[in-house]
Design a protein around this ligand. Structure first.
Ligand SMILES: NC(=O)c1ccc[n+]([C@@H]2O[C@H](COP(=O)([O-])OP(=O)(O)OC[C@H]3O[C@@H](n4cnc5c(N)ncnc54)[C@H](O)[C@@H]3O)[C@@H](O)[C@H]2O)c1
Length: 339
């Protein structure tokens, strides 16, 4: 799969028009408001069918998948059709899933509009939706034809969503490339190409996550549990915020289980406080949060498996961690990072 940046991105989109007869654009209401004229002219001289769903994590559900399938069916979409997922990770996750399951799969491409989607979610072909309040429970692996990254979209992204992407980007510092330790809220634009390339390189070596790709889940075991726990609460967490907290837990456990130097835990705490927002994590219940971990897709024999590190760039996969230690790490981080 190819990733195209900047000027190459527009050229690539033009070239694609020759391969298909029908074009569909899936986006959310916020993006549609901001970019309706761009959407109308996205594919020159071709009609584009718009599919617009409400914004946010709540939209990653089966009702919206049915809405997308219905629109595709009504417009007689077939193998000559291309679905363009224009949006953040919510749109690429649900759009990739809907396209890959409709008539056993039609082609789709991702045009990410958030930082988090540019450096992670839009790349790698993990598609899916939430189910019964659990994250990403229904889904499949299926790669987009390409990913087209245009940083101009970030000009309209709000601060909370920029910081959400920043946290997800920081994970690369620990698992793959220590130069990301210099990442901050002023210089993040310079790291986008590098981050997207790391993700694509890892995926290309292990598409179905049987080994190497697991390292990308660093921070996600506790992160997903926190995201699910706060999902329907007023003080909900964005995906990146939840992962940012999960990274703290993973580093805490890495000190205990993999001999990671404790200085990295302090480094990360300072980085988090200096670059990310203070969060409202009141009313937490560690046992209920742990309950979500017990449903994690990556558990083996019912036991949680963590990605930890022994040093930056030295990920260790499939580390079994005892329940008490997981709960301890959650209590500590919730107290540490709440306002
Ligand atoms: N499949 C994967 O490999 C993978 C990896 C990481 C995350 N994810 C998923 O990605 C999702 C989170 O993605 P996200 O953080 O991009 O959230 P998102 O797609 O929900 O977007 C966040 C908000 O930003 C708005 N927005 C998007 N682009 C904008 C722009 N250019 N200008 C102004 N507003 C804009 C959206 O309308 C939304 O309100 C989660 O569901 C997560 O599970 C998937």
């Amino acid at each position: 799969m190819n990733i195209f940046f900047g000027e190459d991105a527009s050229a690539q989109l033009l070239m694609l028009t020759n391969n298909y007869d029908k074009f569909f654009v899936l986006t959310d209401e916020n993006i549609y408001k901001l970019y309706s004229s761009l959407i109308a002219s996205l594919v020159p001289e071709k009609e584009v069918v718009k599919i617009v769903i409400p914004a946010g994590e709540d939209s990653k559900n089966i009702e919206n998948v049915m809405l997308i399938w219905t629109k595709l069916l009504e417009s007689k979409a077939g193998r000559d059709s291309l679905l363009i997922n224009l949006g953040g990770g919510t749109i690429s996750d649900i759009g990739g899933f809907a396209a890959s399951t409709y008539k056993r799969g039609i082609d789709f491409i991702n045009v990410p509009t958030t930082l988090l989607a540019m450096i992670d979610a839009a790349i790698g072909g993990k598609n899916g939706i939430n189910f019964n309040n659990y994250k990403n429970q229904i889904g499949l692996f299926s790669e987009p034809k390409c990913v087209i990254i245009n940083k101009h979209f970030l000009k309209t992204l709000n601060e909370r969503d920029v910081k959400s992407g920043l946290a997800e980007m920081m994970k690369y510092a620990f698992i793959a490339d220590a130069s990301f330790l210099d990442l901050d809220s002023d210089n993040y634009l310079d790291f986008i190409e590098k981050a997207a390339t790391i993700k694509e390189d890892v995926v290309s070596l292990d598409m179905n996550e049987s080994g190497l790709r697991k390292m990308l889940n660093f921070g996600h075991t506790v992160g997903h549990a926190l995201e699910s726990y706060y999902l329907d609460k007023e003080n909900y967490l964005t995906h990146g915020e939840a992962v940012a907290l999960g990274i703290y837990s993973a580093l805490y456990l890495s000190v205990k289980y993999c001999g990671l130097d404790e200085k990295w835990l302090f480094f990360y705490e300072m980085w988090f406080k200096g670059n990310l927002n203070v969060l409202n994590l009141n009313d937490f219940d560690v046992d209920s949060i742990y309950e979500y971990i017990s449903h994690d897709k990556k558990n083996k024999g019912g036991k949680p498996q963590f990605v930890l590190i022994s040093a930056p760039e030295k990920p260790q996969i499939d580390i079994e961690v005892c329940i008490e230690d997981i709960k301890e790490s959650i209590s500590i981080l919730l107290n540490k990072f709440s306002e």
